[in-house]
Design a protein around this ligand. Structure first.
Ligand SMILES: O=C1C[C@@H](O)[C@H](O)[C@@H](O)C1=O
Ligand code: CO
Length: 299
């Protein structure tokens, strides 16, 4: 339970966004990685625009940066697990070569994450059979990830079938704790449930990766009232970096440290980079971490 056992990263999503690849398209890999060094973070996650492993490794080594993880969109319910395995193994192999710790899985069957639908009202729900299919598939993917030295961490997400606290509960109950872990994303659970401590308290033992995403409360209400989609909501500025929104990360971080969490905490705040300068926001996050979290007497 020491600050030193936690590695701090920042996701590429403030510079370039895989959900809308056009935005921030002028930001190169070198620019992103150098900004991350300037802001004082130890690593990042792989973005959709990242190059082959040897090229990435060279750029990382030049800056002494590490890779924490990468997103994987699974379609276990839609396509069946056999169709997912090939792509999953390919991504695990890449992540093994760049020495990542985890693969971030999100089931995208029926997801409205990338659609022009009201993300606050139009989320999908899985049937009992679909839940069974998903959980069994995830158990298998979790075992495969381990062959590559990776942990499978499941990302609960707005606009998907695993969004709310009770859905996370069901996923945790239906999967094998040996092979399926949880990614705890403060922003997604707050927008979904208006609360971020319940799942942290309940599933602390399963949490093996963390995304620190803050929420601008006023903007969230405006987006909700305007029935915006997920993409419209983040482009409007619903999310921001820790210290700039309404989430009390001292509580969250205090719990993680008290429970002996070790691993990555990745700042992940998707905004429009033409409005929110990515380096400026990375520096705001770093200052908040240093002054409000690391200065707490938690050792
Ligand atoms: O971890 C994440 C990855 C993104 O692609 C996603 O849309 C974002 O909201 C997130 O939390
Ligand atoms: Co996230």
């Amino acid at each position: 339970m020491r600050h030193q056992d936690i590695m701090w990263g920042i996701a590429p999503i403030g510079w370039r966004n895989d959900d809308i690849p056009e935005i921030g398209a002028g930001n190169t890999l070198q620019h992103l990685l150098s900004d991350i060094v300037v802001a004082g973070f130890e690593g990042t996650e792989v973005g959709g625009f990242f190059p082959e492993a040897s090229v990435l490794n060279k750029e990382l080594q030049l800056r002494k940066l590490k890779i924490a993880a990468q997103w994987f969109s699974s379609f276990i319910i839609r396509d069946g697990i056999e169709d997912v395995i090939g792509l999953f193994r390919k991504q695990c192999s890449y992540l093994n070569t760049v020495q990542a710790s985890a693969i971030v899985v999100s089931e995208q069957t029926y997801s409205v994450q990338g659609l022009e639908k009201n993300v606050f009202a139009d989320k999908p729900y899985f049937s009992d059979q679909e839940w069974e299919r998903l959980c069994q598939g995830l158990n298998l993917l979790g075992e495969i990830a381990e062959e590559y030295g990776l942990k499978l961490v499941y990302h609960h997400h707005m606009g998907t079938g695993v969004q709310t606290g009770s859905e996370i509960e069901r996923l945790m109950a239906g999967t094998d704790p040996q092979h399926v872990h949880l990614l705890y994303d403060t922003g997604h659970i707050f927008v979904s449930d208006g609360d971020y401590m319940t799942i942290l308290n309940r599933h602390i033992d399963r949490i093996k990766h963390v995304h620190f995403k803050d929420v601008r409360l006023q903007m969230m209400s405006e987006c909700k009232n305007a029935e915006k989609s997920f993409l419209q909501s983040f482009l409007s500025g619903m999310f921001t970096v820790p210290g700039d929104g309404c989430i009390d990360f001292t509580q969250v971080y205090g719990k993680l440290v008290a429970e002996g969490y070790t691993g990555w905490i990745v700042v992940e705040a998707e905004q429009d980079p033409s409005i929110a300068n990515p380096l400026e926001y990375a520096l705001i996050a770093r200052k908040y971490i240093d002054e409000k979290l690391l200065d707490q007497n938690l050792n």
